[in-house]
Write a protein that binds this ligand. Structure first.
Ligand code: CS2
Length: 487
């Protein structure tokens, strides 16, 4: 097993931390210790820990769930002294393997809530970061406000000292800091949202305001919420893939991780309580983050969702295999060329055509074996976050709306939950109510267009456009995805 003690005797091809892992303490608390976090923030922090004077910037991970896989993950992290291996594989097949020492502790919030709160209130904690998914910020996409009506939020508001949600934990931690005369920290979202810092501010301050207006004001003054664009394709690792990764590395890692070799993080330099020298390890600081966010979300994530919806319907499991179909390749490229790029402002120094070509190469990286099911999960939140600006720009202009209307039909067919072969897909839609799920699975085309997921462009859906979406749905069902693609 991978442990601190065994670090010195690992296979030569595996890079190990050049810093003394044992001396590292936590300055960052991260909620949502998934694969993306471990391959992205974990990667940058691991590099930063090798810089002089950085031993206070380790990470304590916090899991918000307990039971089943959450428990076994927690046990694995603790058994391995927080160490894990990352295998990066380029589209060319070239691999690079390293052991990361950045994760210094792991807490499960449901069973150790006091420990989590004490850590948040500790002055050593300077950054609280999170990967809680696009839908996890509990923002009403139409009003842009935090939804206090959610039952778990209501419970936290009624018992703020025994929180269950991330909002409850972070705000109670901040209350304790304020009462102890300490300063705030930086709340750093690492999720794929447009303006993820601004959205986090809305969420955390919105929750605090519902609890205590003066605390909300203190948070506004003492906590910063930098916006950031995060990027690295990080597939899920099946048990079989774990065996393969360990075979390749020669390690016996309980939680081996795989990612592409590409990585990017563009962030605003707004840190309330200091930060590692991230600029020395490849992070780009910029005051024009939103241009990068828009390009990444509207090109990468939006295309990913198209490929995944198509793949799920076709019964093709992997992104590179979906893209290998020339018609789908052509369609995704046409959406980027004709619907996205013309309505997008290029980030400084970025050529969007070049960016598109790089994306297509990244998507075609077969070694990732990136699962369409991973990307299709929570498609209703993702479609809103990744597609809204493109859908609105096209439907508001006199450009041809064909491809966009087809994409809307595609996502509705995905939500129906049945592949072209008639098989149930087992979709994960954590934010749909049982009634909404019933509508999504059903055959009433009009009712499904009325789902709240379509609210962000509802005003632009004329009866003709709705009829076009329905027509495409019928066509997809009759002829299948490939034959019905408008290319
Ligand atoms: C994917 C992302 O889940 C998704 O929707 O598009 O996880 C994607 O792999 C990352 O954003 C890449 O940076």
């Amino acid at each position: 097993m991978l442990t601190y003690k065994g670090l010195k005797t690992l296979p030569a091809a595996v890079a190990v931390p050049s810093y003394e892992v044992k001396n590292v303490t936590s300055g960052i608390v991260h909620f949502g210790v998934g694969n993306f976090f471990r391959a992205h923030l974990g990667y940058y922090v691991d590099r930063a820990l090798a810089l002089p004077g950085h031993e206070g910037w380790g990470i304590t991970g916090v899991g918000l769930r307990s039971g089943g896989r959450s428990d076994s993950k927690a046990q694995d992290f603790l058994a391995q002294d927080g160490l894990y291996s990352l295998t990066e594989i380029a589209a060319s097949g070239e691999a690079n393997i390293r052991v990361m020492g950045c994760l210094r502790d792991y807490l499960q919030a449901p069973s150790e809530p006091e420990k989590v709160l004490a850590l948040l209130a500790d002055k050593a904690t300077k950054i609280v970061s999170m990967t809680i998914t696009e839908g996890g910020y509990n923002i009403d996409e139409t009003t842009g406000e935090f939804r206090t009506s959610l039952p778990a939020v209501q419970e936290d508001l009624a018992n703020p000292q025994q929180p269950q949600t991330i909002f409850g934990f972070v705000v109670e931690g901040l209350r304790r800091r304020r009462d102890a005369g300490l300063g705030g920290f930086t709340v750093m979202s690492c999720d794929n949202l447009r303006h993820n810092g601004d959205v986090s501010r809305k969420a955390f301050v919105g929750y605090a305001r519902a609890l205590d207006a003066s605390l909300a004001e203190w948070i506004e003054q003492n906590v910063t919420f930098p916006n950031a664009m995060v990027d690295r394709i990080t597939p899920s690792v099946s048990d079989e893939a774990k065996v393969q990764l360990n075979k390749r590395s020669g390690l016996d890692d309980l939680q081996p991780l795989l990612s592409e070799d590409f990585i990017q993080w563009v962030m605003e330099d707004k840190f309330a309580a200091g930060r590692p020298a991230f600029e020395k390890v490849g992070v780009q600081f910029s005051d024009q983050v939103s241009a990068y966010e828009h390009a990444k979300i509207r090109m990468l994530n939006a295309s990913h969702l198209i490929l995944s919806a198509a793949g799920m319907l076709q019964g093709i499991a992997l992104v590179d295999q979906v893209l290998a179909q020339p018609k789908l390749h052509k369609f995704v490229e046409a959406v980027m060329d004709q619907d996205v790029i013309p309505t997008l402002k290029a980030p400084p120094g970025v050529d969007l055509q070049e960016y598109k070509r790089t994306l297509l190469t990244r998507f075609s990286n077969a070694a990732m074996a990136d699962q369409v099911a991973r990307i299709a999960a929570d498609a209703t939140s993702k479609a809103q976050v990744f597609w809204t600006e493109t859908v609105r720009s096209i439907l508001q202009s006199d450009r041809d709306p064909t491809r966009i209307l087809y994409c809307l039909a595609l996502v509705l067919e995905l939500l129906r939950g049945k592949s072209e072969q008639g098989e149930a897909m087992g979709l994960e839609e954590p934010f749909l109510t049982p009634e909404q799920l019933k509508v999504a699975h059903g055959d009433d085309f009009k009712a499904s267009i009325a789902l709240p997921a379509f609210d962000s462009w509802r005003d632009l859906l004329t009866p003709e456009r709705e009829a076009e979406i329905v027509r495409y749905r019928e066509l997809i069902r009759k002829e299948g995805v490939l034959a019905s693609l408008p290319v």
